[in-house]
Design a protein around this ligand. Structure first.
Ligand code: RIB
Ligand code: CA
Length: 320
């Protein structure tokens, strides 16, 4: 069982990733940190809390993260892909407000649990701030999985840069140079983690958990949005879900160990750089870049996890 602290900015693929984590018996979510990214922080926070409510898991703490990147740039949002509020056609009722837990609770979690996996599916501002604001108790963090970067392949937000690393390159460099045992899941692999309308149909047929209808609406919206943006694409890439799936399935991906730097200058902002020459020196620290993965294994894992019954809130008593 992996105990994770999940940083997210839902966002469609983040939302499916949260549902994947909630439905996966190999994952225990200790907390979800919601930050700006695909949408503004307040919207991301409401989206996380709403998904948890639909799943009957309001016991999972929702922790408010960052509003903007460390360099003070004003963030851009992406409604053309994720919908006006980040959940495709779904709008969280205006009266709904999730309850927020204080950011400092993260230090308590890091003190009280051993072998924690950090998973960052958005801009790295909140994770970097966790390190910068306090004595981050790294001895209890066993690994860090982060979705981001594009190595020698085109970017998705600029010709060369991927959206998460572009969003806060300073924060990404803080994380990369201060934390250890990092697994980077870049566009090289996530662009190929395509879910198609046939996969969605299969999920609808085989699943009966309470999240399946919202998943159908969200994924169908996402696939149509991508089809408009990328001519000829067969579906839409689940960047953030692949990151979680690789985290629980160690044999699914192949990794190269390299030093990584993210450029912060205006024209180069967000470009991820690593030395892939044959004679390049191996990284001194444990930074692993995923460069290949087993697509059929991913799809099989995705569908089987998404079709699982919902786990129950273990903090609740059962009454006859
Ligand atoms: O570039 C893909 C990443 O950007 C994903 O995490 C997606 O949710 C968006 O934020
Ligand atoms: Ca994301």
């Amino acid at each position: 069982m992996k105990k994770i602290i999940l940083f997210a900015d839902p966002g469609i693929d983040d939302s499916i990733a949260i549902m994947y984590a909630l439905l996966n018996p190999k994952i225990q979510i200790l907390a979800i940190v919601s930050s700006y990214g695909n949408v503004a922080k307040e919207q991301a926070t409401n989206n996380v809390a709403y998904l948890l409510k639909l799943a009957g898991r309001s016991d999972v703490p929702v922790i408010g993260g960052a509003n903007a990147p460390l360099d003070g740039e004003i963030p851009e949002f992406y409604p053309e892909i994720h919908g006006p509020d980040g959940l495709g056609p779904i709008q969280v009722p205006k009266t709904f407000k999730g309850e927020l837990t204080n950011f400092s609770e993260l230090y308590t979690l890091l003190r009280n649990h051993k072998d924690i996996t950090i998973v960052d599916l958005g801009r790295n501002t909140s994770l970097a701030s966790l390190f910068l604001l306090g004595n981050l108790l790294t001895e209890n963090i066993s690994e860090i999985f982060m979705m981001g970067g594009a190595f020698l392949v085109p970017g998705n937000v600029t010709p060369y840069a991927e959206a998460n690393f572009y969003g806060d390159p300073v924060a990404t460099n803080v994380v990369l140079s201060n934390l250890n045992n990092i697994f980077i899941i870049p566009l090289n692999v996530t662009n190929k983690a395509i879910i198609t309308p046939d996969h969605v149909k299969k999920i609808m047929k085989e699943s009966s958990n309470g999240l399946v209808n919202i998943m159908d609406d969200i994924m169908s919206y996402y696939i149509s949005a991508y089809k408009k943006l990328v001519p000829g694409i067969k579906g839409a890439p689940l960047h953030d879900v692949l990151t979680l799936s690789l985290m629980v399935n160690p044999l699914m991906g192949k990794y190269a160990q390299r030093e990584v730097e993210v450029l912060t200058s205006s024209e180069g902002r967000g470009i991820s750089v690593a030395d892939f020459r044959e004679n390049s020196k191996p990284a001194e620290r444990e930074i692993h870049i995923c460069l290949e993965f087993d697509y059929p294994m991913f799809i099989e894992d995705l569908i089987s996890v998404i079709c699982n019954p919902l786990k129950t809130d273990t903090s609740k008593r059962l009454f006859l």
